[in-house]
Structure formats: structure tokens, C-alpha cells
Design a protein. Structure first.
Length: 412
């Protein structure tokens, strides 16, 4: 008789987004004449840029001819894309990353969920609170998180690093030493960032205690560079800008938010060859083995579209697309502040993290916004206990919807 994997039975229901969807559905059924605007989604709304569409068409045409047809892609990615990423995302920023340290994948969600497989199931993970839920759930599935504590809404064997207004939403070095540290900056859901010197503290810590940092850089394209900032105050685009990161960090990249590939699917993970466990095992080799065994490569057509991101025209068009969303972010942040809300983020990230008014819980505020002005956001408590009393709005809507939603919130 077969048995279900017990670890899967420990997973908490996908409470957050399913509850949001149910509440919106029920509201629409009850009030069919009212138009609901969502600033809750983390999905992009702008179409793929022309340069990407052209690259896709060209690659599709290549598939129609025997001499240019491609079958299975190399499991670790086509050389042309691995080279472009290593060169443009890393070496151009002075970071020593080689082409074969870049592993192409179908996105940051799979990589951030799968990466834990190459580590021991005895390793202890540390996550920010609030957090992108994939890091925790993938470790629950692997049996690494202990038991769920209903009282505190936490897992017994996970180290939580609160990100609060008091610490400027920058996690502090934990008291219990973890083995695997998940960091995501610019942050989802907070929309906040770390400076280079703050990130350097984490790299130094990880090297000192023998931990690995899984650095999720999915929102790197939203960083607004300040040419006048001192080096230590700059916002790093990659963890490899920090000294010593090659021996303690894995970085995860996505094409979803910089190029609108949420439905196209493309990402990458960087595993430096200098990253070795306590017995000297290179984690690069394990990830290559894992990738080669379980993954048959991102499609040629999609990788060609990914390459177009790095062309001069691609950079221009995608810079404009990111600029479009950042205008929304600015509009959200400033209108909320004008209306008396305390709002964070939205300067180097497409997320705005606002404090609920009058001490409302995150879910009370969700209901209040939906019922009174038909605007949907995401309750902060769904991202972790320290998200209670906060609410996430995203800049991924259209200008028109965003403007209308803010106008409605202003009238509250
Ligand atoms: N990492 C973070 C922090 C995210 O917020 C998201 C998506 O919202 C992802 C990864 C997923 O990215 P992808 O679309 O490349 O799977």
C-alpha cells in the first residue's frame, strides 16, 4: 500500500490568495454592479515589449526549418544566454561570475523552491518575517521545518527574522545560527531594500558561521540607482557586489518582472564554484546534477526572447516598462501618504507596504477596502506574523486602474 508524503500533509492551506479570491468572488456575486479594482496581484499587466515579440517570432521561424530546428535544449541553458547573463548582469558590474556558473531555468519560483534539495535535511533555515511563502513551504515539503505552532503561526524549526518598522525592515542577525538563509531584496512583500553595507553584513556573517545565503533578486530591475550615493549606501543589484559572496551565496534571477515573462517563463540561478559545504563539496556540481536529472532545459524560443532583453533596444523598451510600473508605485506611495497613511517601499520596488489605519487587522482592512471602495490588496498577515497590521499594494496595475483605486481610497 502506498503512503502519501507526510510532509505534504503538514502544509498549511494556501489560505492567503484563495481567501482573497473567495472574498472577491462573493462580493462580486452580491454586488454585480460594482467594479472591483485589484492592486493585489503580483502579476504584470503590460504586454511583452516589441523587441521580445520579434525575438519570439524569429525563433519560431527557426523551428520551421530542418537546418535551424532545435530539439531538447542543453539542460543547464544555451551558451548564448548563460554568457549574456554572466557578462551583462555580473561582469559588467565588476562581479566575477563565469558563464558556466549560470543555470537557466523556467523561473525563480521553481528555483527558489527546488534549491533546498541540494542541502541536508538537517540544515536549519532562516527566513524574513514577513516572507514570500515559497521559501517556507518548499522546506515544509522537504521535512525541514518541524511542527506548526498554531499560537504563534510559525514552524518550530524555522528561524524567523522579523522585518519591522523599528528595524527599518532590515532583518537582524539571528540569535540561533541557521545553515540556510533566505534573503530577497528588493523585497516582496515589503518593497524595501538593503544597502550594500547592510548586505555585506549578511555575507560576512554567512562566511563566519558557515551558512549559505539564497538571495532572491527577482526585483533587481526596480532599483533606482543614485549616482551620488557612497559605495556602501548604494543598493546592490546582485549579492556578488559584496566581497566574499562567492563562498556563501546562491542568487536567483527572474525574467518575470524586468521583462514581463510571467506567462513566458524564464529564470536563472547562479551557483559559484567557490561555494562549498563543510566537507568541501562544491554545491555547483550538485545543482548541475540536480538540474540535469530533473530538468530538460528552458525552450530555445524562450531563451532567444531572454537574450533580446540584453540588446540595446531591449534595455530601452524594458527600462520604459519598468518605468511605467514605477510611476504607479510613486503614485501609490505619495497619494497614500497624502491621505494620511504610513506607507513604505515603492521607491526601489513595485510593492507598497502600508500600515492599516486605526490599528485594524490586515483582514479587517481588506474587508473595509473591498466593501467601501471595491479596491483589493493583500493582507500583510498572510506573509507572516509580523505582517499583521500591514497591507500590500502592487504597482503592476494599469495607470488608469491605479489612479482610480487611489481616488477611491482617498474618499474613505
Ligand atoms: N521570487 C519572488 C520574491 C517573487 O515575488 C516571485 C513572484 O512573484 C518569484 C520569485 C517568482 O518569479 P518567477 O515568475 O520567475 O517564477
Amino acid at each position: 500500500m502506498f503512503h502519501a508524503n507526510d510532509n505534504y500533509l503538514k502544509l498549511r492551506g494556501s489560505y492567503l490568495f484563495s481567501t482573497v479570491a473567495r472574498k472577491v468572488r462573493e462580493f462580486k456575486e452580491a454586488e454585480p454592479d460594482k467594479s472591483v479594482i485589484s492592486l493585489g496581484i503580483g502579476d504584470v499587466t503590460q504586454p511583452l515589449a516589441p523587441v521580445i515579440i520579434d525575438a519570439l517570432h524569429d525563433a519560431v521561424d527557426e523551428m520551421a526549418h530542418a537546418d535551424t530546428f532545435r530539439g531538447y535544449a542543453p539542460d543547464l541553458g544555451y551558451e548564448f544566454l548563460r554568457h549574456a547573463m554572466a557578462e551583462e548582469d555580473y561582469r559588467a558590474r565588476g562581479c566575477d561570475i563565469q558563464d558556466d556558473e549560470v543555470f537557466i531555468s523556467d523561473g525563480a519560483k521553481s528555483d527558489s523552491g527546488n534549491i533546498q534539495e541540494i542541502f541536508s535535511d538537517r540544515d536549519v533555515i532562516a527566513v524574513c518575517d514577513p516572507v514570500y511563502p515559497v521559501y517556507v513551504d518548499s522546506n515544509v515539503m522537504a521535512g525541514r521545518t518541524g511542527t506548526f505552532l498554531e499560537d504563534s503561526n510559525t514552524w518550530s524549526d524555522v528561524v524567523y527574522m522579523p522585518c519591522t518598522e523599528e528595524n527599518g525592515f532590515a532583518p537582524e542577525l539571528p540569535e540561533r545560527t541557521p545553515d540556510i538563509i533566505y534573503l530577497c531584496f528588493p523585497n516582496n512583500p515589503l518593497g524595501t531594500v538593503l544597502t550594500k553595507s547592510q548586505l555585506q553584513t549578511w555575507v560576512d556573517y554567512a562566511n563566519r558561521v558557515g551558512a549559505v545565503i539564497i538571495f532572491d533578486a527577482a526585483y533587481e530591475a526596480y532599483i533606482q540607482d543614485d549616482p551620488n550615493a557612497a559605495d556602501e549606501d548604494r543598493i546592490p543589484h546582485t549579492i556578488y557586489e559584496c566581497e566574499g559572496a562567492r563562498t556563501c551565496a546562491i542568487e536567483i534571477r527572474s525574467f518575470s518582472k524586468n521583462a514581463g515573462f510571467t506567462g513566458v517563463r524564464l529564470g536563472a540561478t547562479i551557483v559559484p564554484k567557490d561555494l562549498k559545504d563543510q566537507n568541501g563539496t562544491p554545491m555547483h556540481d550538485l545543482w548541475a546534477r540536480r538540474h540535469g536529472t530533473k530538468y530538460n532545459g528552458a525552450p530555445y524560443i524562450i531563451q532567444k526572447a531572454g537574450l533580446a532583453v540584453y540588446s540595446p533596444e531591449g534595455r530601452k523598451q524594458l527600462g520604459e516598462q519598468v518605468g511605467y510600473y514605477m510611476e504607479n508605485a510613486k503614485m501609490i506611495r505619495t497619494s497614500l501618504q497624502k491621505a494620511g497613511y504610513t506607507a513604505f517601499g515603492g521607491v526601489n520596488a513595485p510593492y507598497i507596504w502600508l500600515k492599516t489605519p486605526q490599528g485594524m487587522t490586515s483582514w479587517d482592512f481588506f474587508d473595509h477596502l473591498l466593501e467601501k471602495v471595491q479596491v483589493v490588496g493583500t493582507p500583510g498577515s498572510g506573509f507572516g506574523p509580523h505582517g499583521e497590521g500591514y497591507f500590500r499594494l502592487t504597482a503592476f496595475g494599469t495607470h488608469e486602474d491605479t489612479k482610480e483605486a487611489l481616488e477611491r481610497i482617498r474618499t474613505l
